[in-house]
Structure formats: structure tokens, C-alpha cells
Design a protein around this ligand. Structure first.
Ligand code: FAD
Ligand code: SIN
Length: 534
């Protein structure tokens, strides 16, 4: 595909090529020109690594009310019922659409095979073995290629262009983005009638995460800086079971392993979950992750163990071929030995506030997928509801955005090119590397699964200093991909800490020792807009 020109003008600018961005692109291209930008290779994002599958009402013993109820229970009182309703009710049609694109899911006779995960009262997770995301991404990319959609790789959006920043008057509107080419360092100005954030999550804000390197929260940071409302950032989901091995980079061990009978054991070999929750291994994720954390701390163990040795080897290889092979690479045969596991930062439930059509609080700016806060997840996401959310909201947003075409036609010409000012060539790469590490480490140590007011205050103080340092560096030197991501990570970390400090209770994924119970006065979102952090 052709590289970006210094100036580009499109109808729909889509930042991100995961399930949400590509779903949007495939619908939007019916109405106008689409440009999809991805930070690295086109497939590189969390979608590519999704394992367990996509949740939807597809089984004969299931119904919408049950899926809605399970989602609401996991969300601990903070889900928006209308967002849950549309996601659950439109889910089966979106999955049929994916199948019509050639998606190859596991089958059992003439039906889809459905697996089970924590918090689900029925088998409702459609999957492609244990690498569902890779198949979803493959099918969507193939459809985009067939539709002639332009995708340009290795492009990192630095900041949104808004009418407010340009001093154009009237309500603050999105006009496009400035984009850095990773290879050449050139900065393009892309103006668009509609700008779509589909930039995924922010797992890299923590030291240990199964998220890919692109998950640095760029969309959330850009939206916040542009003046959009951001909410519920304190609800960062820790996946209970990531491989505990120095070389494994927190490789995920799918929740479907517990769904199919895997048992969690402590260092003494005891199954411990029944002491924490009657739903044991299939309790919602916040409960399981906290239980593992508590059990490790109680015994002083470095990790817990996921035991599947009671399941037939042929079953394990058939259902979990990738997990089986990856564990083998690290010297673990899951048919004969339990897998050492620890929780790691996995999924951001909060994000850029949207309505049911993916519209943010800034006109012509949309947010879809993990970057968004639609109200579906509340205080804790139900497993495998996120691929579904990307599909449903990507689709909905495209329909709404198509109706906006024309509303901004004259303005694109007014967008000026990037102004580097007096920026110098960067000469202190060590500062960027050091600050990256410090942000991730302090988030892990002070803003993890179990929090205290004191640790949150400490994190706040450190982040204030780091952000000031990063801001100085940012304005003095030419932007580089690392610097763009560091600035975003630090902003997102601060948004998480700020929301966490606001919420004076424990709910869902936000657990504070000083206020260990839920308090109904806090049955509301924590919302931040520009200026709230300073
Ligand atoms: P992503 O797929 O993360 O894509 C983000 C895109 O944005 C990428 O193309 C990236 O390059 C681009 N981007 C980011 N920043 C910029 C920028 N500044 N400029 C330009 N482009 C940018 N969910 C489930 O429902 N079921 C599962 O089984 C499941 N398993 C998972 C397993 C793992 C290991 C992980 C990490 C996640 C899993 N999830 C699962 C969560 C789910 O995969 C993600 O929430 C979902 O795929 C996010 O899709 P997305 O389209 O929002 O973003
Ligand atoms: C998994 O397979 O455990 C991941 C599912 C999810 O994050 O939704």
C-alpha cells in the first residue's frame, strides 16, 4: 500500500487495525474513503492474541437474559444496562457476519463448539481452538484486502487535531490527527470528516502483562488531551493465569482451561478456590485474581499452579494446541505437571466515554473497542465480552459515522501541518528508557490488584514528577515513537491513579484495603476531563 503523503484527507480516519477498527472500516467503506493506520504490522494488537473466544448467545440452552445477567453480575453494579442489552442482543448477528467473511470456528457436528469461562452460567464462548483472535484478525484483514481498504502500517498517531486547539471557534470538534512514520520520522497531517479511535488497551502501563507492545493507551491519552471525557480508569482487569516463567513474557493461559476443568492449586498442591468463593475456578475474574494473590501472600509462594493433569492428554492437545506447545517450549508438559501461573494486567475496562453509537463527547470523534468505555463492562469485564464489544460497537459506530459525512466538509482545509518549533534531535534516550521502566514498575507495585490509599498517594506524587519531566522532554526534542508512547503511558497511569483515588470504596476490580466494602453512594462512574489531572 502507498505510504502516507505529508497531507492526507479522508472521510474516515481509523486509528487501529484490531477487531473494532477493521469492523468499522468494512462497514464505513460502503459510504466513503477509509484510511486505517496501525502502529506496527497490521495484525499486531490484542485481537491477534485473544485465546478463549467470543461470548455470545449461540447454544440451545442459552438466552439473552442469561448473558445479560452474567454480564451485569460481573460488572458489580456499574454496567449500563442499555449497553449490555445491545451488545448481547446484536452479538449473534455479528458472529454470523464474521462467519460469512470466512471465519473458521470450532464445530461440533453442525453447531459451533462452545466453551466455558468464569462468570458465564452457560457454555457460550465460540472459539477457534485456543487462538480465536488470530483467526478473527485473519478473516477481517482478508475482507479488508478484498474491499480495497487502505491500511498503512508503522504509523503512530501522536495527537488529535481539534477545532479547539486550532482556535476555530464553536464547539470543540475532531478534525483528524498528526501521525509519525516509525521508519522515516516524517509527520503527516491527516484530516478527516470522522476520526475513530480503535487503538486498544493499555496493558503496558504495568510491568507484567500479556498485552502486546502496542498496548500503550495512546487513544485514551490523545482523547483526554483533546478534551474528551474519560471514565472508570481504576478498573484494570488482572488475568488470573499468566505463565510464571522468566522468559515467557506473561504468556496467557486461557480461562477456557479452567472452563474445561483446570484446578488452581497452591504451592502445597491444595485446591484453594473453594475457600474464597463457592463458584471456585469459575468465579468472575476479579475474584479469582484476588484469591490467587491472597493465597500467594498467605503462603509466601511465588506463584500458583493450574492443574489439568486429570484431563486426557489427547483432549488437551486437541483443545489447547497453542498453549500446550508454548508450555512445552518452556519445559512444561501440562498433561503431566501443573502450570506455574500468576495474575498479570490484562484488560482496561474504563476508557473514552461513548454513547451506544461509539460517539465520544467530542463531535466527529468516535471510540470503539478496548479504548472505549461504553458501559458494557462496568467494574469488571465478563470474560470474552471484549471481542464481542469490538464487533458490535465497530458496526454501530460505522452506521452513525456515515450519517455525519458532509457535516465537516469545509474545515479540513484549515488544518495546519505539524509545527516542530525549535525541537532538537533527542540526545538522552536513557531518560525515556528509565521513565518507561519507572512508570510500569510503580504502577505494578502501588496500583495493582490490592491497593491502599497510601500507595495510591505515593504513585500520584511520583507520576506528577515524571509527567513534568516527560512534558519538558517532549517540547524540547523531536518526537520519537518511544517518546510518544512514554508520554501516553504516563498520562494513562495518572488517569488510573486519579480515578482510583476518587473512588472511596472497593468494587469489582478496584480493591482498596482502607475501604474494603462496596458503598452504594459510589454506584457511579469516575469521570475525568482535560484539566482534572493538573
Ligand atoms: P487491538 O486489537 O488491541 O488493536 C489496537 C490497534 O491500534 C492496533 O492495530 C495498534 O497498532 C493500533 N494503535 C495503537 N495505538 C496507535 C497509535 N497511536 N496510532 C496508530 N495506531 C495505533 N477478549 C475476548 O473477548 N476473548 C478472548 O479470548 C481474549 N483473549 C485475550 C488474550 C490476550 C493475550 C489479550 C492480550 C487480550 C485478550 N482479549 C480477549 C481482549 C481482546 O483481545 C481485546 O480487548 C480486543 O482484541 C481489543 O481489540 P481492539 O480492536 O480494541 O484493539
Ligand atoms: C482468555 O482466554 O482467558 C482470555 C479471555 C478474555 O480475556 O476475555
Amino acid at each position: 500500500m502507498a505510504p502516507l503523503m505529508e497531507r492526507e484527507r479522508v472521510d474516515f480516519l481509523v486509528l487501529g487495525g484490531g477487531v473494532a477498527g477493521l469492523t468499522f472500516a468494512l462497514q464505513a467503506v460502503k459510504h466513503g474513503s477509509v484510511l486505517v493506520l496501525t502502529k506496527r504490522q497490521r495484525w499486531e494488537g490484542s485481537t491477534q492474541y485473544a485465546q478463549g473466544g467470543v461470548a455470545s448467545v449461540l447454544g440451545p440452552d442459552d438466552d439473552f437474559d442469561l448473558h445479560i445477567q452474567d454480564t451485569l453480575v460481573a460488572g458489580a453494579g456499574l454496567c449500563k444496562r442499555d449497553a449490555v442489552e445491545v451488545t448481547v442482543r446484536e452479538g449473534p448477528d455479528r458472529i454470523r457476519w464474521l462467519l460469512s467473511l470466512g471465519l473458521d470456528l470450532d464445530r461440533e457436528g453442525d453447531r459451533l463448539h462452545l466453551t466455558r469461562e468464569g462468570g458465564h452460567s452457560r457454555r457460550r464462548i465460540a472459539h477457534a481452538k485456543d487462538a480465536t483472535g488470530r483467526e478473527v484478525e485473519r478473516a477481517l484483514l482478508a475482507a479488508c484486502a478484498a474491499a480495497g481498504i487502505r491500511i498503512v502500517e508503522d504509523q503512530i498517531a501522536i495527537d488529535l487535531v481539534t477545532s479547539g486547539k486550532l482556535g476555530l471557534g464553536g464547539p470543540n470538534r475532531a478534525l483528524g490527527a498528526y501521525v509519525l512514520d516509525r521508519a522515516t520520522g516524517a509527520i503527516a497531517t491527516v484530516s478527516a470528516a470522522v476520526t475513530v479511535l480503535a487503538t486498544g488497551g493499555a496493558g503496558k502501563v504495568y510491568l507484567y502483562t500479556p498485552n502486546p507492545d502496542v498496548a500503550t493507551g495512546d487513544g485514551i491519552a490523545m482523547a483526554y488531551r483533546a478534551g474528551a471525557a474519560v471514565a472508570n480508569m481504576e478498573f484494570f482487569q488482572f488475568h488470573p493465569t499468566c505463565l510464571y516463567h522468566p522468559q515467557a513474557k506473561s504468556y496467557l493461559i486461557s480461562e477456557a482451561c479452567r472452563g474445561e476443568g483446570g484446578i488452581l492449586r497452591n504451592g502445597a498442591g491444595e485446591a484453594f478456590m473453594s475457600r474464597y468463593d463457592p463458584r471456585r475456578e469459575l468465579a468472575p475474574r476479579d475474584v479469582v485474581a484476588r484469591s490467587i494473590d491472597a493465597e500467594m501472600k498467605r503462603r509466601g509462594d511465588d506463584c500458583a499452579f493450574l492443574d489439568m493433569t486429570h484431563l486426557p492428554k489427547s483432549f488437551l492437545i486437541e483443545h489447547f494446541p497453542n498453549i500446550y506447545a508454548t508450555c512445552r517450549e518452556f519445559g512444561i508438559d501440562l498433561a503431566v505437571q501443573p502450570i506455574p501461573v500468576v495474575p498479570a494486567a490484562h484488560y482496561l475496562c474504563g476508557g473514552v466515554v461513548t454513547d451506544l453509537l461509539g460517539r465520544t463527547t467530542i463531535p466527529h470523534l468516535y471510540a470503539i473497542g478496548e479504548v472505549s468505555c461504553t458501559g458494557l463492562h462496568g467494574a469488571n469485564r465478563l470474560a470474552s465480552n471484549s471481542l464481542l464489544e469490538g464487533l458490535v460497537f465497530g458496526w454501530r459506530a460505522a452506521a452513525a459515522a456515515a450519517e455525519e459525512l458532509g457535516a465537516t466538509s469545509g474545515e479540513a482545509a484549515a488544518v495546519p501541518g505539524w509545527n516542530p518549533g525549535d525541537a532538537l534531535a533527542p540526545d538522552e534516550g536513557v531518560v525515556v528508557a528509565h521513565n518507561w521502566d519507572e512508570v510500569r514498575r510503580l504502577m505494578w507495585n502501588y496500583v495493582g490488584i490490592v491497593r491502599t490509599e497510601k500507595r495510591l498517594a505515593r504513585a500520584h506524587g511520583r507520576l506528577e514528577m515524571l509527567r513534568a519531566e516527560i512534558r519538558d522532554y517532549y517540547w524540547q526534542y523531536h518526537v520519537t515513537p518511544d517518546l510518544v508512547e512514554l508520554r501516553n503511558l504516563a498520562d494513562v497511569a495518572m488517569l488510573i491513579v486519579a480515578c482510583a483515588r476518587q473512588r472511596k470504596e472497593s468494587r469489582g476490580l478496584h480493591y482498596v484495603l482502607d475501604t474494603p466494602r462496596a458503598d452504594d453512594r459510589w454506584l457511579r462512574d469516575t469521570v475525568l476531563t482535560r484539566g482534572d489531572l493538573e
